[in-house]
Write a protein that binds this ligand. Structure first.
Ligand SMILES: [Zn+2]
Length: 108
């Protein structure tokens, strides 16, 4: 898996990335559209409301908020986590990238 500061590469397919300095490991739209849960069920990612929050619909169930943000998701076999973006929208990054960013900022 490759990701770059500045987000020029999508870490799960190696194609063009989202160019987001804040989320350098953000999956491209194509990869974000094909995320699955650990059982291989397609996961639909959305905001809980207009003010944000994450909602994941998978296997006929809807999971929200913190639980949704902790749900293991996979794209091309790479484990990812989704989070709601602060102005609405959803960002998906490989777990490894979230962890690397958290370490760099010195917070858990
Ligand atoms: Zn991609």
């Amino acid at each position: 898996m490759i990701w770059k500061i500045g987000g020029s590469i999508c870490p799960t397919c190696g194609g063009p990335g989202r160019e987001s300095p804040r989320h350098p490991g953000a999956l491209c739209q194509k990869c974000q559209a094909i995320v699955v849960d650990s059982a291989g069920n397609p996961a639909i990612l959305a905001n809980e409301s207009f003010s944000g929050g994450l909602k994941v619909t998978v296997g006929g169930k809807t999971i929200k908020s913190m639980e949704a943000e902790g749900l293991p998701l996979y794209t091309n076999g790479i484990e990812c986590r989704a989070k709601s973006y602060r102005f609405g929208g959803v960002v998906v990054q490989p777990l490894q990238v979230w962890q690397a960013l958290a370490d760099r900022r010195g917070c858990p």
